[in-house]
Design a protein around this ligand. Sequence first.
Ligand code: UTP
Length: 490
Amino acid sequence: MTTDIEALKASYKAAGQDHVFTFWDKLSKDQQDALVAQLVEFDPSEISTIAKDTIESFTKLTSGSAAPEDSSVEPLPESATFSLLDSSKEQQDKYFAQGLELIAANKVAVILLAGGQGTRLGSSAPKGCYDVLLPSHKSLFQLQGERIERLQNLAQAKAATSSTKVAIPWYIMTSGPTRKPTEEFFEKNNYFGLDKANVFFFEQGVLPCLTTDGKIILESAGKVAVAPDGNGGFYKALVKAGVIADLEKRGIEHVHTYCVDNCLVKVADPLFIGWAADLKLEVGTKVVRKRDAAESVGLIVAKNGAPAVIEYSEISKDLVGLPDSADPSILKFRAANIVNHYYSVPYLQSIPSWPASVLPYHVAHKKIPYIDLATGVEDPKPTKPNGIKLEQFIFDVFPALSLSKGQFGSMEVHRSQEFSPLKNAPGSKEDSPETSREHLLAQSKGWLEAVGATFPNSETVVEVSPLTSYGGEGLEKFKGTVFDKPEYII
Ligand code: UTP
């Protein structure tokens, strides 16, 4: 298809963005084609409008001139919550069995958010390829893939007929920078033993980076500086990349979505799926208990009666340390957000009908490589933030769900069993490769101790493979085993 260059130029001019053609006449034919290929993907007037609205509301917010929000913030009502910390084992086993039945009936899929650039971690490879230095040197992707395989095997025993092959399709959302290395990593590692036909890669969208007054930034003479559109770009991408259509084709009814950097994630957790399906939720979210009033995490709350995430900076000092009225030893506002969601497929099918206001854009000030339009001098590594990226947040859809209609719920899980994110570079105190390793190994040891194994030497390192156990099950044969060598992989 040939592009009408004059029409393209006119559309950018009408939107006040025609500076993207500043160096047009100096570009080779290939460079011109590459620039056009980028520009046709954007709607310049939409970008100018989004930029204007987003920057305006951000400026009001940060200058304090926004009208004070008259919002009421409460914990979610009890009817919308379930906790693994204080519910019975019978109830949890019931939900787990329900979830496993759904997996056995091939009704469950997994969607992974792996489009982030992992700037804080500082690795050039996608985060999922990261080796947190377990004895096995398994990457995060491998741990997740093996958990899927283990669950498929557990569910296979429950399948209606022995010829029904249980599969949990795994949809992996990448972005421009992470797509190719992610696919190559899976190829190189033979899809971690999974059937390639059940692993899909798709890409989230990108948006141009902007100056603080809303102008598109050119990274070089023939290239727009772009960045992924945030983890909220997930919804648009599901439709555009055909994921929804594939879910429909396969008859999937329930989806688990999670972040690539959580080394403890219970991928396709049957208990979570069983609970959400039993309650007929449209969206569910896992939370962990906030450690103390000072921990800076986002919280799942009811804001003006609707489910919402409020950031640590948004919760008032009066509320942050309030004790729970039923149990003063814990915080009233304690439901820490870990971006670990359940979606019903009918809910995801409704995405095309959502108004744009459901997913507003947020502003992140960043260092963006750019070319000076006046001098033509490039700065590939600015030292200070010089522009903004626009991002959508995956949880911004929560307030559109009704608590009274039972569309949304939250499940509190054990942090030590389910949440340890890899965010920061080696050597950092929190959320680092070292803490990921420590938490994975502590979990393995805890599972073995629970069945009666012993570790005479506290230095002993033991790693339980996800192929051996998904969540501590199947380890009874180690009852009475004394692990006295320095290292084990089982
Ligand atoms: P973070 O917000 O922690 O970002 O992502 P990040 O890219 O991993 O790390 P930093 O902030 O650059 O250091 C939380 C989850 O959301 C995904 C990430 O891959 C991770 O699983 N994500 C984030 C996307 O899929 N797309 C995005 O545009 C941003």
